[in-house]
Design a protein around this ligand. Structure first.
Ligand code: GAL
Length: 360
């Protein structure tokens, strides 16, 4: 599409997307100053929240570094929606107005983001659905999310055994991944002898909501009646453990997680959290950067870095494998992969636990 044509489409699309004030919408990152006229191409990266540490500690810097590596003249404009769907819509609107060349969008609300995709595409801007699926996106990359849920649940069954009561804390219903984690976990838990005595869909994935939910449950159940807790991610696992320790529980039941957050890895080493799922974000962020730069340059997108392009619900996709981490495998997973150093994990507070776990 010729540049003038795209410019007109961009303006029409920006007008169509909503009536939010452009002055109020924008990015919450100092780097985001809008499309740089001297840049070879501008790529918008839109992430959904910042309570989960992965986004700003890994996804953003890894994506930016790979784009810089592939295209030194390309510019990345970054937005974080802070779990606010309306804010993300305004950020998409801003990116369209800035005439970015490609949009990499990790949606707060997967279902409603398909209209954002259409509007962007109408403005000639292709959209990569990043980590969370969006219908109609040009490309999608994520981990095998149903397998994530199955691995978490299987680890819990392995740790707890075949009988007992468990609590189940799922992710935000607006997040399509949350539904996949939940489905995968149910595949395993429903076939086990464990009883889910209370189940919660945390509307914003927040650790605070997870803590409140578990604290409330402890008014109905004695902690000794809780044999384990399925928590869909590490943020929630932290809330669960805070609720249990706050209620005076010293012998914690197995608690699951996901994201291999540093605090979770430390809890695992210390024996407070049973497991997490490590998703090597580098592969995901770098694949997104490869695809984004290819699209910005008008190049063909094929297999990237050994990962084959496949079809996921009609969208060209790259799907990666998640990895289980328990005390015994911290060294052979996140440390060996360079995600964390032993020094990152084994701070003074965890020195003894690290020695016991053989991490040094
Ligand atoms: C999911 C994502 C997880 C976790 C969670 C909360 O979509 O795949 O890694 O971060 O959202 O943001």
């Amino acid at each position: 599409m010729s540049l003038p044509t795209r410019r007109v489409l961009t303006m029409i699309a920006a007008a169509a997307i909503g009536t939010g004030s452009l002055a109020a919408c924008g990015a919450n990152d100092a780097e985001t100053g809008g499309g740089d006229d001297t840049a070879a191409a501008t790529i918008a990266l839109l992430l959904p929240e910042s309570q989960t540490t992965r986004y700003e500690a890994f996804d953003k810097p890894l994506f930016e570094a790979k784009v810089a590596d592939l295209c030194s003249e390309c510019e990345v404009v970054y937005f974080n929606a802070d779990q606010d769907e309306a804010k993300q819509q305004q950020q998409v609107e801003t990116a369209i107005t800035q005439q970015v060349d490609v949009m990499v969008l990790d949606p707060v609300n997967g279902a409603s983001a398909s209209s954002l995709v259409t509007t962007s595409q109408d403005a000639g801007i292709p959209v990569i659905a990043y980590d969370r699926f969006i219908e109609g996106a040009d490309y999608y990359m994520s981990f095998d999310n149903e397998t994530v849920g199955e691995l978490q649940a299987q680890a819990l069954v392995d740790a707890v055994g075949d009988t007992g009561n468990i609590l189940m804390l799922n992710g935000a219903p607006t997040d399509p991944n949350a539904a996949q984690f939940k489905a995968g976990a149910h595949n395993v838990l429903d076939a086990s002898g464990l009883t889910i005595v209370a189940e919660y869909d945390n509307p914003d994935w927040s650790p605070g909501n997870a803590q409140t939910f578990v604290t409330d449950q402890l008014s109905s159940f004695d902690p000794t009646q809780i044999a384990g807790v399925y928590a869909a991610n590490d943020g929630q696992a932290g809330g669960v453990i805070a609720a249990l320790t706050g209620a005076g529980v010293t012998d914690l039941p197995p608690v699951t997680g996901q994201d291999a957050e540093l605090a979770a890895i430390q809890r695992i080493v210390a024996g407070d959290q049973y497991m997490t799922i490590y998703k090597p974000i580098k592969i995901e962020a770098e694949t997104a950067a490869e695809v984004a730069v290819a699209l910005a340059n008008g190049d063909e997108v094929g297999d990237v870095g050994g990962t084959a392009l496949s079809d996921f619900e009609g969208v060209d996709s790259f799907i990666f494998d998640p990895i289980v981490v328990t005390t015994d495998t911290v060294g052979s997973t996140v440390v060996e992969d360079g995600f964390y150093t032993v020094e990152d994990i084994c701070t003074d507070e965890y020195a003894d636990a690290c020695a016991t776990a053989g991490l040094s």
